[in-house]
Design a protein around this ligand. Structure first.
Ligand SMILES: Cc1cc2nc3c(=O)[nH]c(=O)nc-3n(C[C@H](O)[C@H](O)[C@H](O)COP(=O)(O)OP(=O)(O)OC[C@H]3O[C@@H](n4cnc5c(N)ncnc54)[C@H](O)[C@@H]3O)c2cc1C
Length: 173
């Protein structure tokens, strides 16, 4: 939500936030949505992006389809269902994509024995001599990929602690 407001403050002529569910089923802070509306962000609910459209390497818009709320899926959340024939093009000069908080571990983790938890987050040593050391002793990790979605200050702190762990591992402190 902050990104929408940042775009307004950066001087965008208009900012539209397209979301595939309705307002009631949108996760996130109600207060932030209200604040964004106050700053001029236009919310388009029940619009599912299909394609980013462009010309000569420049974005010109986003093709969206209208949705209606269907039955809940396995996660308990009502699923948006596209309405046939309701596609439209939203004109845009810039597109910011926001699509969730789940980790997406890269293939090389297996090759280098960097273990993940069932959630996909990286397993690290909690305490001990080398904080934030992964299951590959030469790889350290911190921040959202370890803890899940959190705050910038947490990521900065964990980066600093991991740096101490690395320095200890290398025997320089
Ligand atoms: C929409 C949104 C709003 C938020 N608002 C706030 C807020 O108001 N205040 C706040 O404190 N926190 C906020 N957060 C949370 C905050 O952004 C994160 O907690 C923080 O950025 C985590 O830092 P990180 O270094 O762990 O990960 P990231 O900031 O995600 O950094 C990871 C970096 O690694 C790069 N990367 C990924 N894969 C590779 C690869 N294979 N090779 C090289 N580089 C790679 C990525 O491009 C990225 O630059 C928000 C998060 C989101 C998504």
């Amino acid at each position: 939500m902050q990104r929408n407001r940042t775009l307004v403050r950066q001087g965008a002529a208009s900012v539209t936030c397209a979301y595939r569910r309705d307002e009631e089923n949108m996760p996130g802070s109600r207060r932030e949505v209200a604040n964004a509306k106050e700053e001029g962000v236009v919310f388009l609910f029940n619009r599912q992006p299909l394609e980013i459209v462009g010309e000569n390497g420049e974005v010109t818009g986003v093709r969206v389809v209208e949705t209606r709320m269907g039955k809940p899926g396995s996660d308990g959340r009502r699923k948006p269902e596209p309405i046939e024939g309701s596609e439209e093009l939203l004109a845009a000069e810039a597109v910011v994509i926001a699509f969730g908080f789940r980790p997406d571990p890269p293939d090389w983790f297996d090759e280098f024995s960097v273990e993940t938890l069932p959630s996909g987050r990286v397993r690290v040593a909690a305490l001990g001599n080398y904080p934030f050391q992964t299951t590959n002793p030469k790889v350290f990790a911190g921040g959202d990929m370890v803890r899940g979605s959190d705050l910038v200050v947490t990521a900065v702190h964990e980066g600093r602690e991991a740096a101490k762990g690395i320095a200890r591992y290398l025997g320089v402190i």
